[in-house]
Write a protein that binds this ligand. Structure first.
Ligand code: MV4
Length: 503
């Protein structure tokens, strides 16, 4: 039995994990950097320990320090969340050595799946479709030429230690092959300390579809269906949805079975995600396994009615899965939008500053996972996600309608956000029809926006609503003096500036 969990993470995912732990009657321990001293998750946990300065390298990446806190606080398990130490085999190993349960797969599975060539070899061995090419590191240019010629250009060179889009290169002709190979190797060496690369046929404009799996420590596995993650820009997911419009029962069954096979073959346990590419003819190819809980896990929770963090904790406690594949029921449709502090009008540059004012209206099929409160700051230290808005409805149309309503009623003052960008994506014909792939945003959507000169910053809209609020307030008070006097400090120069324009 797990009695106390240390959360080796911050922000919304720390809040998410603490929430489920509390429901299960499990004590929680937070670790925080200077920046997070007053963050929501730090306040929510039963205990909180300072672990260092704000940069992650001086706090959330300090494995020894975090394990030290776990021992001091008497935590019997560590949940790594996503990012930071979550996919470091070393960290899982350190937990094992200290007799602290790592809520995730065994370090050996993390290490084996971390190597894309090993993962691909495993897939081939277990009859999971992969893209044609090599599954061994290529170093020799003559060998590379032979492979490329036999599969035909264009080809893709990928770093074995890479993943999530890092260390990849498309090669259109033999003339570019040698320089591309060397560049890919150099990039891989400097990014991952491992210059192994392999070569595949380039799949043009694939969809990115991933399967959620759960595997217990008794050899039982289930898949919880797919998530369509093709709406992305530079490997950053923007909108995720389930089900995927291209999915049918047969394809879901086939891909789900492949996902379970590769997990079981790698000695995997706990929750994981198996990524696939799907081409225009619905051929699917195994890409990689993400050995952690993912940002977009809530849409799977909405459609299956399961709590994935609870499942993770139960699996880590040695419990058998309470369900078989036949018990897993899929119902309705769910969409997640990542609300980020960034400027879509300026190349999505992160926008930092204080969230002087924010409101949103949830309920009626809307869920929000966030670690942020009004007054918090968005800093340079961590990612720019403010929250995850998750809609759930009987079908895709309903889920889209609910999401659009919630986005329109989501107001943030103090930093720029991608809210208007998300809304214009949701209203776009390609999205409405589900007719998009991983190239869509960069190749079609963003160029089209520039042409139409659509301004994505939603300050004006926010200013209008605020002006209307303040106007009503001042009428009630019978004077406008309150507006200017009561609003001095932080947000107010902004408020004043914006509202005066609408008086
Ligand atoms: C590919 C590909 C086309 N052909 N492999 C990017 C993330 C990494 N896990 C694999 N990726 C890709 N591999 C071949 N042979 C196109 C991508 C790709 C992609 C894949 C999934 C999600 C988004 C993507 C965006 C651009 C390219």
């Amino acid at each position: 039995m797990i009695k106390k969990i240390l959360i080796a993470n911050r922000g919304e995912i720390a809040v998410r994990i603490i929430t489920t732990a509390k429901e299960m009657g499990i004590k929680t321990v937070a670790v925080y950097s200077d920046f997070d001293r007053y963050s929501l998750y730090t306040k929510l946990a039963d205990e909180a320990y300072h672990i260092g300065e704000s940069p992650a390298s001086k706090s959330y990446l300090l494995a020894d320090k975090i394990i030290g806190v776990a021992k001091k606080s008497g935590a019997d398990a560590i949940h790594p969340g996503y990012g930071f130490l979550s996919e470091r085999g070393m960290f899982a190993k350190m937990c094992l050595d200290e007799n602290i349960k790592f809520i995730g797969p065994p370090h050996t599975a993390i290490e084996n799946l971390g190597s894309k060539t090993k993962a691909k070899q495993l897939a081939i061995k277990h009859k999971v479709p992969v893209v044609s090419g090599t599954e061994k590191a290529v170093t020799d240019i003559e060998e590379a030429k032979k492979i490329a010629d036999s599969i035909g250009f264009p080809v893709m060179i990928k770093a074995s230690a890479g993943g999530g889009g890092k260390g990849m290169r498309v090669v259109k002709s033999e003339a570019e092959l040698e320089s591309s190979l060397r560049m890919a190797q150099n990039e891989a060496r400097s990014s991952f300390g491992d210059d192994s690369v392999f070569i595949e046929k380039y799949v043009d404009s694939p969809r990115h579809i991933e399967f959620q799996i759960l595997v217990d420590e008794h050899g039982n596995a289930v898949h919880l269906g797919e998530r369509e993650c093709s709406m992305q820009r530079r490997h950053q997911k923007i909108i995720e949805e389930t089900p995927s419009v291209i999915m049918d029962e047969t394809l879901r069954h086939e891909m789900g079975e492949c996902a379970k096979r590769i997990a079981l073959a790698s000695g995997y346990t706990n929750a994981g995600t198996v990524e696939f590419m799907v081409d225009n003819n619905k051929n699917f190819y195994f890409l990689e396994v993400n050995t952690r809980l993912q940002v977009e896990h809530p849409i799977t929770e909405m459609r299956t009615g399961l709590d994935l963090v609870a499942e993770q904790i139960k699996i880590a406690s040695g419990e058998k899965l309470a369900m078989t594949q036949e018990d897993v029921r899929f119902k309705g449709a769910s969409i997640e939008c990542r609300i980020c502090a960034e400027d879509p009008d300026n190349n999505f540059l992160p926008s930092t500053g204080k969230l002087n004012y924010m409101f949103r209206v949830l309920g009626n099929g809307m869920r929000e996972d966030t670690g942020i409160e009004q007054g918090n700051e968005i800093s340079i230290y961590y990612d720019s996600m403010i929250s995850k808005l998750i809609s759930y409805g009987a079908n895709r149309e309903t889920a889209i309608r609910k999401m659009k309503r919630a986005l329109r009623d989501y107001k943030v003052v103090g930093v720029k956000t991608n809210i208007s960008f998300l809304l214009s994506l949701l209203e776009n014909e390609a999205f409405v029809k589900g007719n998009y792939n991983t190239q869509y945003v960069e190749r079609y959507f963003l160029p089209g926006l520039k042409e139409k000169k659509i301004q994505l910053d939603n300050d004006t809209e926010i200013a209008k609503s605020l002006a209307s609020i303040l106007f009503k307030e001042s009428k009630q008070e019978g004077t406008s003096a309150k507006v200017s006097s009561a609003k001095s400090g932080g947000a107010n120069s902004w408020l004043k500036r914006k509202t005066e324009a609408y008086r």
